[in-house]
Design a protein around this ligand. Structure first.
Ligand code: FE2
Ligand code: FE2
Length: 169
């Protein structure tokens, strides 16, 4: 299953990199729109399961963590909007349709297999970190992007911790 996750993600990432080559700001904005949705999806499922009485002592910890990550990704999105990443209609159209599909995929995926959903999101966060790192090679003085890249790396670590929490329940 993890190989399938990688295969689908690599294909999607290559496609995004291709259509957004030379348009870093727009690519960052689209990535940040998408990056938020898994955390909303995780929260939705945890909340729903908790309401049905399906919970354990890790549920609250995960909910807090994913809420904080969703807020952090929203801050990233706001920064990209401040820079004009959402200026064009076509990018807004593309991102908002993509996120609609992606959110529901992640809801079902996390409901069925939290470990696999975390695996997908770890790969996405790693890709986000690589994308910002590449940009920083040409723009080493962009302090804000440096901070955002570090946030993405922190998300990778936090998701790995969440993953290990699942396996120790
Ligand atoms: Fe982000
Ligand atoms: Fe992130």
């Amino acid at each position: 299953m993890k190989k399938l996750n990688s295969l689908i993600l690599n294909g999607t990432v290559k496609f995004l990199d291709f259509i957004y080559s030379g348009r870093s700001l727009q690519r960052f904005w689209v990535l940040e729109v998408i990056a938020r949705s898994p955390y909303f999806a995780f929260l939705s499922v945890l909340h729903f399961k908790e309401s049905l009485g399906i919970k354990n002592e890790k549920t609250m910890i995960l909910m807090k963590e994913h809420f904080y990550q969703a807020i952090n990704e929203t801050e990233h999105l706001k920064e990209m909007e401040k820079r004009g990443g959402d200026r064009f209609w076509i990018d807004r159209f593309f991102a908002r349709h993509l996120v609609l599909v992606y959110y529901w995929i992640m809801v079902f995926y996390y409901f069925i297999s939290p470990a696999n959903a975390y695996d997908v999101n770890i790969k996405i966060e790693e890709h986000a970190f690589e994308t910002y790192s590449k940009y920083l090679i040409d723009n080493p003085n962009d302090q804000k992007i440096k901070e955002i890249a570090q946030d993405e790396l922190n998300h990778v670590q936090e998701l790995n911790e969440a993953l290990s929490m699942l396996t120790t329940v």
